[in-house]
Ligand binder design. Structure first.
Ligand code: ACO
Length: 427
């Protein structure tokens, strides 16, 4: 057998299926000709073992806890880069020089304003509406204000559209928050950095000036970098799938936001805080929650624990845990929930149930405690994830359309009734 082919004997016929290999040595069997040549398809519910594309954006080795954007370890970016530099890196496949960074920052500033007519949309949402649902609706509504963004005509305009999305989502998020607390909105400023601008729009008010704290800006910058991409996760796969139908980019990103809102995905950062708060109110009974998480009959799961890809540790969680301690120390905040989270982690990491299943804290386990220290309300935590993930989603969409779009369309194995005539049922 050639090393570049896998042999499959099926229905008495021998097939040679090409083996493809990535730049980091990941191997796959290319089954794209399988059905044509054998009549068989493969079945892999929830894509546990299916590569859906070739991508040059992000590399993860879940066993070794490696995460790199365009080849650069996320630790280095988190330490020395800004979120805007990281966004540029993801979108353009190169780390920006000072001219490129200046142009990109200018573009972000120019497109940071929300169309004034859209400001009134916020009045239509019921009080208490979840900001993630508001955000996905508002992003979708951008299609009506900037309608010429279908996948094929967009190529020339992609830089403007990407900048508008990355920039305006921050304005929308802050407006949604201001609306929810009944305060006037604060417009973006041309002078602040991306993170400082967001904090200013969130917390400044006509009667109480908000002083941007450099440690908070640093921590926010780092959190956004750590969330900026994560290859073919649920929301990115949603973006690629929906984008493959040539849906415009705003509607596509809106779908990504909806996917991210689920508690098994980005919504976990909010769910972690609810869980820690329940444990606190329960007198800190960690064992009770560990027992519940291990009980197959109980739907409760330890939120912020486990990952489809990371089976050793989540490198983002390691950095976030450290930042959590540093920031709370600097701000002189003592949060009981941090103590509970640390105890929970310690107990779970020693417990055979979690050890056997390779369940470790993920990116969401400590991030909520940092957001809380920044003053960001719990229902905005997943919105913060959106701010970080936007460059990644757009980079994947760009990569997909640059290769020529083929609509995503899995097959199935039908297990329903065989031919049943209506006349056999309705007499
Ligand atoms: N608590 C308790 N048990 C768990 C947990 C958990 N957090 N996560 C997985 N398990 C158990 C499962 O019950 C299963 O046990 P079994 O083999 O006895 O049936 C085993 O570990 C494997 O779990 P799966 O659900 O098959 O793993 P999968 O890769 O499909 O799910 C997921 C990964 C969704 C992240 C899961 O670990 C989970 O639900 N975690 C909690 C939610 C969470 O933190 N999500 C954020 C993920 S990071 C992100 O999306 C940004």
């Amino acid at each position: 057998m050639s090393e570049n082919f896998a042999e499959l004997i099926i229905g008495g016929k021998k097939l040679e299926l090409p083996i493809v290999e990535g730049t980091e040595g990941e191997k796959a069997i290319d089954i794209s000709s399988l059905r044509r040549e054998s009549g068989f398809i493969t079945i892999d519910p929830s894509f546990l073992n299916t590569g859906a594309c070739f991508s040059k954006i992000t590399f993860i080795d879940g066993e070794k806890g490696i995460l790199r954007y365009r080849g650069i370890p996320v630790q280095e970016l988190a330490e020395d880069a800004s979120f805007i530099e990281t966004a540029y890196l993801l979108l353009h496949n190169e780390f920006p020089n000072s001219d490129q960074l200046e142009c990109f920052s200018k573009l972000l500033t120019e497109h940071s304003m929300l169309h004034e007519d859209m400001r009134h949309f916020f009045d239509g949402f019921p009080r208490g509406a979840h900001p993630m649902h508001i955000l996905s609706t508002m992003i979708n509504a951008l299609s009506t204000f900037y309608p010429n963004v279908d996948a094929l005509s967009l190529i020339d305009d992609i830089n403007v559209t990407a900048a508008r999305l990355i920039s305006v989502v921050r304005t929308m998020a802050a407006f949604a928050y201001k609306k929810s607390i009944g305060e006037p909105v604060v417009y973006p400023s041309a002078d602040d950095s991306y993170c400082a601008n967001f904090l200013h729009m969130m917390f400044d008010s006509p009667v109480k000036k908000y002083k941007v704290d450099k440690d908070i800006v640093k921590a926010l910058n780092q959190l956004l970098i750590l969330h900026a991409d994560h290859e073919q996760n649920c929301s990115t796969t949603t973006v690629r799938t929906i984008g493959s139908a040539q849906v415009n980019l705003y509607a596509t990103i809106s779908a990504g936001i909806s996917a991210l809102s689920g508690p098994l995905h980005g919504g976990a950062n909010q769910a972690v805080m609810s869980m820690l708060e329940s444990i606190r109110q329960d007198g800190g009974d960690i064992e009770k929650y560990i027992t519940m998480a291990k009980d197959a009959e109980d739907p409760f799961r330890l939120m912020g624990f486990g990952h489809r890809v990371y089976k050793n540790f989540d490198p983002r969680a390691t950095i976030i845990k450290e930042t959590c301690h540093t920031l709370l120390n600097k701000l002189e905040i003592e949060d009981e929930l941090l103590g509970i989270a640390m105890q929970l982690e310690e107990v779970a990491l020693e417990d055979p149930y979690f050890v056997k299943r390779k369940l470790y804290p993920n990116v969401d386990f400590y991030s909520g405690i940092i957001y809380k220290a920044m003053g960001i309300p719990e229902n905005m935590f997943t919105v913060m994830f959106v701010l970080g993930r936007l460059p990644g989603w757009i980079a994947h969409w760009k990569e997909m359309i640059s290769k020529g779009i083929k609509i995503a369309r899995p097959r199935q194995i039908y297990t329903g009734k065989t031919l049943t005539h209506l006349s056999d049922i309705v007499k």
